[in-house]
Write a protein that binds this ligand. Structure first.
Ligand code: GLN
Length: 200
């Protein structure tokens, strides 16, 4: 299973290490055409406006097609890129996940923090309380609207901080910076599911 990590900017190397730890083959994606050789993609944290600038029009279009076809996981700036609605300021997005997201929503005072949150397994009941998960937030955005059919897979208090719909997953925190491997494992399970379906 080949997983790409968009490696234009930001925090891609921690994702590479985590994925390799979990047994995945990793491709650092620096050129749009590398998306043709991967089964899934992680869009890491960084600065979402800079990602858009570095991708350019052709790269952005290629990424847009990729996220519609294959499993993609965006963390922090990556989550902002995947969202259908971005505020503070308004910014173009890939529109791959029906969520409304607000950039830098926690203000400068608490722009980074480590907080205990809850992780909900894929087959959880709606009232499931989940299990404890350490979450690292860095100039994090906030998910302010969750569209129909979008499943909340992690929470920080009452706030959704990781969501999934179909093949697209997003987290406003940085699971690659904690020791817990469950969030990346959930993404690899998603990619595996997709591959199995593809072979049938
Ligand atoms: N604040 C960044 C943005 O708006 C995201 C921060 C991060 O990825 N750690 O794009």
């Amino acid at each position: 299973m080949k997983i790409g990590v968009l490696a234009l900017q930001g925090d891609f190397d921690a994702h590479r290490k985590r994925l390799q730890e979990l047994g995945a083959e990793v491709v650092l994606v620096k050129k749009p055409e590398q998306m043709d050789e991967i089964d899934g993609l992680i869009i890491p944290g960084g600065e979402s406006g800079t990602f858009i600038r570095l991708l350019g029009d052709a790269g952005f279009e290629k990424l847009k097609q990729f996220v519609r076809a294959k499993p993609t996981f965006g963390t922090c700036a990556g989550a902002i890129l995947l969202a259908s609605e971005v505020e503070n300021p308004v910014q173009q997005g890939l529109g791959a996940l029906d969520i409304g997201i607000r950039r830098n929503a926690y203000g400068r005072q608490i722009d980074s923090s480590i907080r205990p949150g809850r992780f909900h397994s894929a087959d959880a009941e709606p009232d499931d309380k989940g299990s404890a998960l350490e979450m690292v937030f860095i100039r994090a955005p906030k998910i302010e609207r969750v569209g129909p059919g979008v499943e909340v897979i992690a929470t920080d208090g009452d706030d959704p901080v990781a969501v999934r719909k179909g093949n697209v997953m997003a987290a406003t925190f940085h699971p690659e910076l904690s020791d817990d491997t469950r969030v990346h494992q959930a993404f690899l399970d998603l990619v595996r599911g997709q591959r199995t379906k593809g072979r049938q």
